[in-house]
Design a protein around this ligand. Structure first.
Ligand SMILES: Nc1ncnc2c1ncn2[C@@H]1O[C@H](COP(=O)(O)OP(=O)(O)OP(=O)(O)O)[C@@H](O)[C@H]1O
Ligand SMILES: [Mg+2]
Length: 254
């Protein structure tokens, strides 16, 4: 089964929203997904309507006070979540970027069989390349990169390429897929960024685009994935199609 890091160094491109909605799409296909909120902003945790003290969050794992599996909670949409807490910011500050700390998450997942459990794991990363995000890239089998139709988001994807080249040199090649989020049909910058992504990444660029969607946005505010908030909406259809494409192309193994 696949461990997916959802990452782009650029903030606000839809990492959290995509993690939640892709996981919801998986749950609808009876895949029992697990999401790990690895962002001290804890936006994914909030989106799910969850609030926990630091010692019940993923921070406790990095402090060696809890195993990953102790921290899992089941949500009403049949998605599992390991929540975050703002204290998690300490990990980036306190843990130096040595090999041991960067591999802690990967080791934890392997030891507790989360990676082999048969359930897909989605890691929502923070918009910064520090210990937390590098840990996620190392723990992941594949990297999923949302890109919005703006130059800085494209640049974030480009910076990620350099990081992934570094990991490949360490023997840690990670397949990746890029997709366009918040796409507005006919909008010139959307067309331009889509064209640029297709030219740069070829088959690594998903055919499925996630359109700018009021339902997706309002679902976030209502602490709901788009399938629960507006099951018949285009937003729900987009995420169902994105999952189909990722599974059919073999990027996500089910
Ligand atoms: N397809 C979409 N349609 C409409 N709104 C969207 C869509 N995707 C994301 N958004 C909105 O864009 C904002 C940023 O999304 P999100 O928080 O998921 O980005 P992020 O990359 O996780 O941000 P950060 O880098 O801060 O973690 C949110 O308000 C979210 O509701
Ligand atoms: Mg986020």
């Amino acid at each position: 089964m696949t461990v997916i890091a959802v990452f782009n160094q650029k903030g606000g491109v839809g990492k959290t929203t995509s993690t939640a909605n892709l996981a919801a799409a998986m749950a609808r296909n009876n895949l029992e997904p697990l999401m790990i909120d690895l962002d001290p902003q804890a936006h994914l945790t909030m989106l799910c309507g969850v609030e926990v003290p630091a010692d019940q969050s993923v921070y406790a794992f990095f402090q060696e006070k809890a195993g990953l599996s102790d921290l899992v909670r089941q949500l009403s949409n049949r998605v599992n979540l390991i929540p975050s807490h703002m204290e998690l910011a300490r990990v980036d500050v306190l843990m130096s970027q040595n090999q041991k700390s960067l591999r802690k998450l990967r080791r934890g997942m392997q030891e507790e069989m989360l990676a082999d459990s048969g359930c897909p794991v989605l890691i929502d990363c923070c918009p910064m390349l520090g210990v937390l995000s590098l840990s996620a890239l190392i723990a992941a089998d594949v990297i999923l990169v949302p890109v919005t139709a703006e130059y800085l988001a494209l640049n974030g994807a480009h910076q990620l390429e350099n990081t992934l080249r570094g990991l490949t040199a360490m023997g840690l090649y990670r397949p990746r897929r890029y997709f366009l989020n918040r796409y507005i049909r006919g909008h010139p910058s959307g067309e331009k960024v889509g064209h640029e992504l297709s030219k740069r990444y070829g088959k690594e660029f998903c055919r499925t685009k996630i359109y700018e969607s009021q339902n997706v946005m309002e679902g976030v505010g209502a602490h709901q994935d788009v399938f629960s908030f507006a099951p018949d909406s285009e937003g729900a259809e987009d995420f169902a199609f994105l999952l189909d494409e990722l599974v059919e192309s073999g990027f996500i193994r089910v």
